[in-house]
Write a protein that binds this ligand. Structure first.
Ligand code: NI
Length: 414
């Protein structure tokens, strides 16, 4: 997150304010080129941030899917977190080693996130044939481990804590890091202390069990929606959502997808929903039915190319639709998803005002409109999530809120 903050500060200094929703009115019509997805400069900040997220994507997909979680190379611990963890592990081992001076451990081995929020560090020689870990173990309490995690680690820890199983679900190989205080030469694994903590080594990976989807017929649900991205702030927004374990729905502008395909892939991989916001933010009521279809087709193709999913959710720019455009949506199987709460974040550019509007508009079934192209919206998100949850709401995606939608119908709330 520190990197993100620094990057945001830099971008804030150098970028002109990004256009609000209404300022993204079509400029010169550029032929859509979704196949340009691969032509992204590796120095692009968004791509660099998203690549960081791809590891998370793989891990979360495995947590949610059926792939056994063994030896996944995720950066669960931050750089400083690894240093701190090494120090804590060495302190614990030294305490257990009584009068024998133990050589300093320099490799954390595996870090296994537990359902109680703690983490077990498994030292030594990795896993046995059946995937179970072996070697001395040290448990880091829940409150201790939390500050050591990356945003990915936080998300995975929350997933671990939602599991009903009492066994560990995530086994991540931690990158070896030189021990900052090591006085002795780096030991071989065989030379490491053999006194384990009084903790049972984490055994096999738990059977996969995706968290149950909330039942909006019972719980008061609200859907957070973000339009006009992906953009500069979207990857950081995904980090913020992951830190809170909050799902959202992103309505994507097709021409932006080519700049941030990894971000779109990450949105899907992390359990968010995506929808179609046209190729270049066109007024569906001011273009021909053929152009409406083309706008939606090109964007759907870009979403498919970036994230491998299709969507039947369309958010008409400006919330504007008419009989002719809705007929096009109906013919494609698409529904128009509008909103019941407009935070006007594009206009106020103020996190406090955006938060106030979101919380004051909250009601069961609400669909809250925001935009992930504004830094002020990014800043507002943690407070909005906390405020809605404190008021008893369950955050869901639009598909979770609405269930199966009717083609050509306009939805404004659940
Ligand atoms: Ni928009």
């Amino acid at each position: 997150m520190r990197r993100h903050r620094a990057a945001l500060a830099l971008l804030t200094a150098v970028l002109l304010p990004l256009g609000a929703c209404v300022l993204l009115v079509p400029q010169a019509r550029v032929p859509p080129q979704p196949q340009a997805v691969a032509a992204v400069a590796p120095t692009d900040l968004g791509v660099a941030t998203a690549l960081h997220g791809q590891a998370a994507e793989r891990v979360i997909a495995q947590v949610r899917g059926s792939t056994p979680m063994t030896q996944v190379a995720a950066d669960v611990l931050s750089g400083t977190g690894r240093v701190t963890a090494l120090r804590l592990v060495n302190q614990a081992l030294a305490a257990d080693a009584s009068d024998t001076a133990a050589p300093a451990v320099t490799d954390l081995g595996q870090v296994v996130l537990q359902p109680d929020g703690s983490a077990v560090v498994v030292l030594g020689v990795g896993t046995s044939g059946d995937g179970s870990a072996s070697g001395p173990v040290v448990r880091l309490p829940s409150a201790t481990v939390l500050p050591l995690l990356t945003a990915t680690g936080v998300r995975l820890r929350e997933l671990a804590m939602t599991r009903a199983s009492s066994t560990a679900i995530v086994t991540a190989s931690a990158t070896p890091t030189p021990a900052p205080t090591a006085q002795a030469p780096a030991p071989t694994p065989a030379a490491q202390p053999t006194t384990p903590a009084a903790t049972t080594p984490p055994a096999a990976v738990a059977a996969p069990a995706a968290p149950a989807a909330p039942d909006c017929a019972v719980a008061p649900c609200i859907a957070l929606t973000f339009d006009d991205g992906p953009g500069t702030y979207t990857a950081a927004l995904l980090d913020a959502l992951a830190a809170k374990g909050a799902p959202a729905t992103f309505f994507l502008v097709g021409r932006n997808i080519a700049k941030y395909p990894e971000v779109v892939a990450r949105e899907v991989a992390e359990g968010h929903a995506v929808g179609n916001h046209t190729w270049d933010h066109a007024w569906l009521t001011k273009i021909s039915p053929e152009d409406v279809g083309s706008q939606l087709d090109q964007t759907s193709a870009a979403i498919q190319a970036a994230a491998g999913v299709s969507t039947t959710l369309v958010r008409p720019p400006y919330g504007a639709s008419d009989e002719a455009s809705l007929a096009v949506l109906a013919s494609r199987g698409d529904a128009a998803i509008c909103w019941s709460v407009d935070t006007e974040d594009w206009k106020n550019r103020d996190a406090a005002v955006t938060t106030q509007r979101a919380l004051e508009g909250a009601a069961p079934g609400a669909i809250i409109l925001m935009h992930d192209i504004h830094e002020s919206t990014l800043a507002a998100i943690p407070g909005i999530i906390d405020g809605l949850r404190a008021a008893g709401y369950t955050l869901v995606t639009v598909p979770q809120l609405l269930g199966t939608t009717t083609p050509g119908q306009v939805y404004r709330h659940g």
